[in-house]
Write a protein that binds this ligand. Structure first.
Ligand code: SF4
Length: 346
């Protein structure tokens, strides 16, 4: 299995994704893309921003994100979890991975300014406030917006946006009223430490309403490579960054889409992944992880092959095994906890 170096690619993409002088990042313009066709009018704002519902009525049984970020946001903001089921987000344009199941069109992940617009944190936040205000008393709780998500693309290629957003929220005196949820693909090496000063990192650490949601791109080297086309050894890098973000003092949650083309030794491969998480990240890391299924959106559909269709079928089996392996390692009390009720580390 060969593949490219995603950290080198991130370095190449970074200058096009950030305007340091004006403190802006490149956000994807979704108008005219396949992704736009997946968005309803009431959830698509100014051709760039959108809102995502975490658990749709048809998913209630499945609860794909295990009640987060709603659970933690509701607790921090002192509202009900039903009022935190949707998040407002902009997508950073530029990603160093090429996941076939990504719901974003490639052009919106290419760091090409032709398919994006530069936004400051203040502009991003103002757009959030406009949309929040429109529906703050709506009887449809899924229209209420209490979570501001910084998504991508890959946010950690330009981690400055996180501290700029925290500063903007403090400047507007909104730190007690909005929960910030930041995505990370775990393959940006030391960017967070290289591009943020100790003081900036301290500011983020001390911002109480912020969670980081990291996504493991496969449960072994084989699935990591299958999913992303990056070199398989970067599978191991994910555990290091996951651990380092926890050591940094951040409130870290995680998820894994358990797609796999092959079901050979599936139980063993999943059990090994779970134990690697416990040993290299934290004893409790699997309890803070969700394993939602991939849904086939427009951009994903265009990349489907017979093998990938197979991987989508196999994800259900992998999710079952994941649950069974959790039961072997944790008590019923531990398993009944929501991710935010589980300590980040022992
Ligand atoms: S890391 Fe996320 S944004 Fe990047 S290609 Fe994969 S799914 Fe898409």
């Amino acid at each position: 299995m060969k593949g490219y170096n995603p950290i080198e690619l991130a370095e190449k993409l970074r200058p096009k994704m950030i305007d340091l002088k004006n403190k802006k990042v490149l956000l994807a313009v979704l108008a005219g893309t396949e992704q736009q066709k997946d968005l309803t009018k009431e959830r698509f704002f100014e051709s760039i921003f959108r809102s995502k519902i975490y658990t749709k009525p048809e998913d209630k049984e499945l609860d794909p994100f295990r009640g987060e970020p709603a659970g933690i946001a509701a607790k921090k903001l002192n509202v009900t979890p039903d009022e935190c089921n949707a998040a407002f987000l902009g997508q950073i344009n530029g990603c160093n991975l090429n996941c076939w199941y990504c719901y974003v069109d490639r052009v919106c992940n290419s760091a090409n300014p032709k398919y994006g617009r530069y936004f400051s944190a203040e502009e991003y936040l103002k757009q959030f406030l406009v949309e929040k205000r429109k529906n703050q008393d709506s009887p449809n709780l899924d229209l209420r917006l209490n979570i501001l998500r910084i998504s991508g693309g890959e946010v950690f290629i330009v981690p400055e946006i996180i501290v700029w957003m925290v500063q903007a929220l403090e400047e507007f005196k909104l730190e007690d009223y909005i929960y910030v949820w930041v995505d990370c693909n775990l393959v940006t090496g030391d960017f967070y430490w290289k591009y943020l000063t100790a003081k900036q990192r301290e500011k983020i650490r001390n911002f109480k309403n912020l969670g980081v949601c990291v996504c493991h791109k496969g449960f072994d080297r084989q699935t990591f490579h299958e999913n992303t086309r990056a070199a398989p050894e970067f599978f191991d890098e994910q555990f290091k960054l996951h651990r380092r973000l926890i050591d940094e003092g951040l409130d870290v949650y995680s998820y894994l889409y358990p797609v796999t083309i092959s079901t050979d030794n599936l139980r063993k491969r999943i059990a090994t992944f779970m134990d690697k998480l416990r040993e290299e990240v934290s004893e409790y890391a699997p309890l803070r992880m969700a394993t939602p299924p991939i849904k086939v959106y427009g951009p994903t559909k265009k990349r489907l092959t017979p093998e990938r269709e197979k991987a989508l079928e196999n994800q259900w089996k992998a999710m079952e095994i994941w649950k069974e392996e959790l039961q072997k390692r944790y008590t019923p009390e531990e398993l009944s906890l929501k991710p935010h009720e589980v300590p980040v580390r022992k």
